[in-house]
Ligand binder design. Structure first.
Ligand code: NDP
Length: 295
């Protein structure tokens, strides 16, 4: 019998969107400013187009203006840089998001570095990551997915200070910044990656596990310490003949097993996923407030 509390990212994300909408109307009423988010999409990857569409829809739902640029797959890097530079100078734009992955002929580093740090709502600029890593420095923006994980822990009253935390995965966009954030919150953090020997020995010591790997059901019940809190970032399609699409989405964590051992766990879908977009909206609002000195 499953006993873990389900960490309901979908409803927390809704709560956060309502808070953001209220702040946006307060700002609009008092100084007449509406936050704006620019999204640049290059090429015609279906998944990227879906993400961009969802981001636009979420912007509308809270009152953020969205500006979209779609460029063909064979555009030049120069073309992308030109649009970024235009948005950097545009006072109606408070956040700039370049949908990844970019076509292979472009240099991702060049493109991401071109986004001015004041509008880097994805938090991927090396200056923002550098500040996140340093004591007594403040990043202007924290990357959305790890920020969403920490926000879930906060809103469910999970103590982080002094706890043992293990992050599985060390990517630039999720694992690494998640580990930095947990450390800023005074957890003692270990990072497990593809070269780690006996990962389950390390994860079993964790009071908090954040998994961002991309391997379905990799984290078994036996990897988890009884009573720990499990945040599953993974989104993995697995074949499912019973689903009309022929597949369904599962996390990195074997939910069946883990929910009998953990004290709280995020489901997939409906856990971290909805939080990521909510944090993007939050970062865009933070940016608009900061540039207008609006408290
Ligand atoms: P990456 O592929 O960039 O990184 C995966 C990380 O997992 C790497 O650090 C890799 O280690 C590590 N890894 C791979 N295999 C193993 C293994 N067998 N044991 C231990 N570690 C392993 O993925 P992302 O960080 O971009 O995404 C991770 C997952 O999160 C994906 O499923 C993705 O779909 C999902 N995701 C969900 C989001 C959301 O909003 N919920 C947002 C972003 C991603 P190494 O560094 O050694 O290669």
């Amino acid at each position: 019998d499953a006993s873990a509390k389900v960490i309901d990212g979908k409803s927390v994300a809704k709560e956060i969107r309502d808070e953001i909408a209220a702040e946006i109307s307060r700002m609009k009423d008092s100084i007449g400013v509406i936050p704006g988010l620019a999204v640049i999409l290059v090429g015609d990857r279906k998944d990227s187009a879906t993400y961009v569409r969802n981001k636009k829809k979420s912007c509308e739902s809270v009152g953020i203006n969205s500006y979209e640029v779609r460029l063909p797959e064979d555009s030049s890097e120069q073309e992308v840089l030109k649009h970024i530079s235009g948005f950097n100078d545009d006072p109606f734009v408070h956040g700039i998001l370049v949908q990844l992955p970019l076509p292979r002929h472009m240099n991702e580093q060049n493109v991401l570095n071109a986004v001015c740090i004041e509008k880097d709502v994805d938090g991927f600029h090396p200056l923002n990551i550098g500040r996140l890593a340093m004591r007594d420095r403040e990043p202007l923006f924290v990357p959305c997915t790890p920020k969403g994980c920490i926000e879930l822990l906060h809103r469910y009253g999970v103590d982080i200070k002094g706890k043992r935390a293990v992050v599985i995965g060390r990517s630039n966009i999720v694992g690494m910044p998640a580990a930095l954030l947990l450390q800023r919150e005074d957890a003692t953090v270990s990072v497990v990656h593809s070269r780690t020997k006996n990962p389950e020995k390390i994860t079993r010591e964790a009071d908090i596990i954040i998994s961002a790997v991309g391997q379905p059901n990799m984290v078994k019940g036996s990897w988890i310490k009884p009573g720990s809190v499990v945040i599953d970032v993974g989104i993995n399609p697995v074949e499912d003949a019973k689903s009309p699409r022929g597949y369904r989405l599962v996390g990195d964590v074997c939910y069946e097993e883990a929910s009998k051992i953990a004290s709280a766990i995020t489901p997939v879908p409906g856990g971290v996923g909805p939080m990521t977009i909510a944090m993007l909206l939050s970062n865009t609002l933070i940016s608009a407030k900061r540039v207008n000195n609006f408290m």
